[in-house]
Design a protein around this ligand. Structure first.
Ligand SMILES: Nc1nc2c(c(=O)[nH]1)N[C@@H](CN(C=O)c1ccc(C(=O)N[C@@H](CCC(=O)O)C(=O)O)cc1)CN2
Length: 294
């Protein structure tokens, strides 16, 4: 079999952001997104900076709140309450991970579900599970868009999601179920994971372990969506150098898959594009504007 087609997340995200910017330009006022960062985690700082830049580029207002690592849970909850009450703020995102002293679930539950552009509030995850409209977590939404860019009709396909996090694995499974896939959620205790993966027409890897999914686990022709972003040592590039790799052994999987997302340049860029989409959607719902068809 020839090499799998590459699913270009960077280009797909760029095109989505352009459609969002065009839709925002037609609105009476720009939507506003508040992003809260607690601490100085280097990767989170980069993501928050990119979110602010892309929010501006889409014609929206960006409100950045950078809090010291010493911030208490009470102080963070106070800020969330102020953002909930601020009419200029349509979307609120608290960057994860939070320092371990802070209960992330308590913070997520404090966000007004109508402004929860991460889609993590139990009200939104519940609505997703019930098949009701709501705000959908950005990374799984991006994964679904990428899968549908190469297989527009997923109905009846076997989908395997490796990983059961609240942020990716569980909502991903719900989205695939809504597309009428037969869905299996696999995880660290799944027996014979290789054999489970080999059933997958659509394989979504979200385990956070570099190159854990081997090429021989891929069903020939499958669509492989790699959510992992793992920084590993790359001595071939020079002493102390690193590179990003996914949860899938890309070289091995590419020999068998029909289509595959690269890392970087696959799912990652879609996460921020879908955040902008959710912010636009939240603004339209809150302010009674017609929702654009993206
Ligand atoms: N509140 C949230 N926190 C976190 C989320 C989230 O969706 N909501 N997701 C991740 C981080 N994240 C966005 O916040 C994110 C991760 C990766 C990328 C991205 O574009 N990655 C690039 C590579 C970037 C690099 O060079 O390091 C890629 O894959 O091509 C964007 C956003 C955890 N926290």
């Amino acid at each position: 079999m020839s090499d799998a087609a590459l699913i270009d997340g960077k280009a797909t995200a760029e095109a989505l952001r352009a459609r969002i910017a065009a839709a925002v330009a037609t609105l009476p006022e720009p939507p506003g997104l508040a992003v809260v960062l607690v601490g100085e985690d280097p990767a989170s700082q980069v993501y928050v900076r990119n979110k602010a830049r892309q929010t501006h580029e889409a014609g929206m207002r960006s409100f950045e709140h950078r809090l010291p690592v010493t911030t208490s849970q009470g102080e963070l909850l106070d800020l969330v309450a102020r953002l909930n009450a601020d009419p200029a703020v349509d979307g609120i995102l608290v960057q994860l991970p939070l320092p371990s002293r802070i209960d992330a679930n308590a913070v997520i539950e404090a966000i007004d579900p109508a402004k929860d552009v991460d889609g993590f509030h139990p009200m939104n995850t519940g609505r997703l599970a019930a098949g009701l409209p709501g705000l959908v977590p950005c990374t799984p939404l991006g994964c679904l868009m990428l899968a549908r860019s190469v297989r527009p009709d997923l109905s009846g396909l076997e989908a395997v999601v490796v990983g059961r996090s609240n942020i990716v694995g569980k909502p991903m499974a719900q989205l695939l179920l809504a597309e009428s896939c037969t869905v299996t959620i696999a995880h660290s205790r799944t027996r014979d994971l290789a054999e489970v993966c080999r059933r997958a027409d659509i394989l979504v890897a979200a385990v956070g372990r570099p190159r854990m999914i081997e090429g021989s686990w891929i069903k020939p022709g499958a669509v492989v969506i790699d959510v992992g972003i793992n920084r590993v040592a790359a001595p071939d590039l020079g002493e102390g150098k690193t590179r990003l790799v996914g949860d899938v052994d890309f070289a091995g999987a590419r020999e068998r898959a029909g289509a595959i997302t690269p890392v970087p340049g696959g799912v990652g860029p879609m996460t921020i594009a879908c955040l902008l989409r959710n912010t636009l959607q939240a603004a339209c719902r809150r302010r009674g504007w017609a929702a654009p068809d993206l």
